[in-house]
Design a protein around this ligand. Structure first.
Ligand code: TXA
Ligand code: MG
Length: 339
């Protein structure tokens, strides 16, 4: 492993050139995006793409996202570019939006899990853009974590999980959005959200009012809407209990403590414990009261709680309001994988 520190706004050209040369030589490079860190390879290099699956321990049928500079490059990876893809790319690229379209012949089947569709996204992070530009070709990258673990929002998270691998890591500091991109299937007349993410559904519906989104239900046996969307994705190591609201979170924590569980913590949203609220008898952590800020802080907090080797963490469910879909989705998945 080799770690190269880069300025997230103006990455050093030498570091980018070294990383791009490594990708062109078939090696893997970890790089920051505005959402989470990605584990990148040249999309057109099947052997390197296979190695991504080995390093992550990910089953081969789970497709990857192909990262491009913009719409023109995206079209070279697709066999069809629907008008809706164009509308959304024009409105939100570069940014945390991934579009699923029919796959073009230049994308190897290894990258798409053998399927005939491809997921494309143009990231806005200057380091990701500089790397794609220097390689001169699209880069496939899943989140740079082991299969079924939390996505990394800092280089340290990657080093802890994958530090024993032959990788170059471009360390550009914390990822600003901190939650993965929103994945939208734009084939056919009925566009639908496959994964809520950093770009809010509200923002997308301003451009595509008919956009469908069916939130994941709490039952972990529910039907998977797309490969890679099983309930066990995005799981912290610490068992997580999702409480229905703030009072419920405090009460359930107290109950666990009263029942003799010593290593418990509670996560509240918006404000720290107020003087008028009962003391849960366990450490209180707080996620910001705005969904974007909560998304940015979520994984770093869950990683931090994992370090504490707690027996359980109780988390207040986010409000059932527009904007909170992605944070609510990740917390439901984290909770359903640990029951
Ligand atoms: O923000 C992100 O999207 C990050 C950064 C690195 O770009 N990447 C990321 O990749 O989260 P990954 O592999 O961890 O998640 C990719 C998601 C999965 O939910 C997968 O099912 C979906 O995209 N996906 C990929 N290709 C697809 C396809 N052809 N059809 C449907 N869903 C697809
Ligand atoms: Mg992932």
């Amino acid at each position: 492993m080799r770690v190269l520190s880069v300025d997230p706004q103006q990455p050093d050209g030498r570091a980018i050139a070294e990383a791009a040369a490594a990708i062109r030589a078939g090696r893997l490079v970890v790089f920051p995006t505005e959402t989470v860190y990605g584990l990148g390879a040249r999309a057109a290099d099947p052997a390197a793409v296979k190695r991504i699956f080995e390093v992550k321990g990910r089953p081969p049928r789970h497709p990857l996202i192909v990262h491009v500079l913009g719409e023109a490059e995206a079209k070279t990876q697709a066999s069809e570019w629907p008008p809706l893809a164009s509308d959304l790319a024009k409105a939100f690229w570069p940014g945390p939006l991934t579009l699923v379209v029919p796959k073009g012949p230049s994308v190897p089947p290894e990258a798409t899990g053998g399927g005939d569709t491809v997921a494309l996204r143009a990231p806005s992070h200057p380091v990701a853009r500089a790397l794609i530009a220097a390689v001169g070709e699209p880069i496939v990258a899943p989140s740079a974590n082991r299969y079924q673990s939390l996505s990394p929002t800092r280089a340290e998270h990657v080093i802890a999980a994958l530090g024993d691998q032959d990788l170059i890591i471009l360390d550009g500091g914390p990822c600003p959005s901190g939650i993965e991109s929103t994945v939208v299937d734009v084939r056919g007349a009925e566009p639908r959200v496959l994964r809520p993410g950093a770009l809010s559904i509200e923002a997308l519906r301003a451009v595509v009012p008919s956009l469908a989104f069916v939130p994941m239900v709490a039952n972990p046996d529910s039907i998977r809407p797309s490969p890679g969307m099983d309930a066990r994705h995005y799981a912290p190591r610490t068992p997580l209990v999702l409480a229905k609201d703030r009072a419920d979170a405090i009460a359930r924590t107290s109950d666990l403590v009263d029942a003799g569980e010593l290593k418990v913590a509670v996560v509240l949203i918006g404000e720290p414990l107020l003087a008028k609220e009962p003391d849960p008898g366990a450490p209180v952590h707080v996620l910001p009261g705005h969904p974007d800020a909560a998304g940015a802080a979520l994984y770093a907090l869950l990683y931090e709680l994992d370090e504490e080797n707690l027996t359980r963490v109780v988390v207040q469910a986010p409000p059932d309001e527009p904007g909170w879909e992605a944070v609510a989705d990740r917390l439901r998945r984290a909770a359903s994988s640990s029951c």
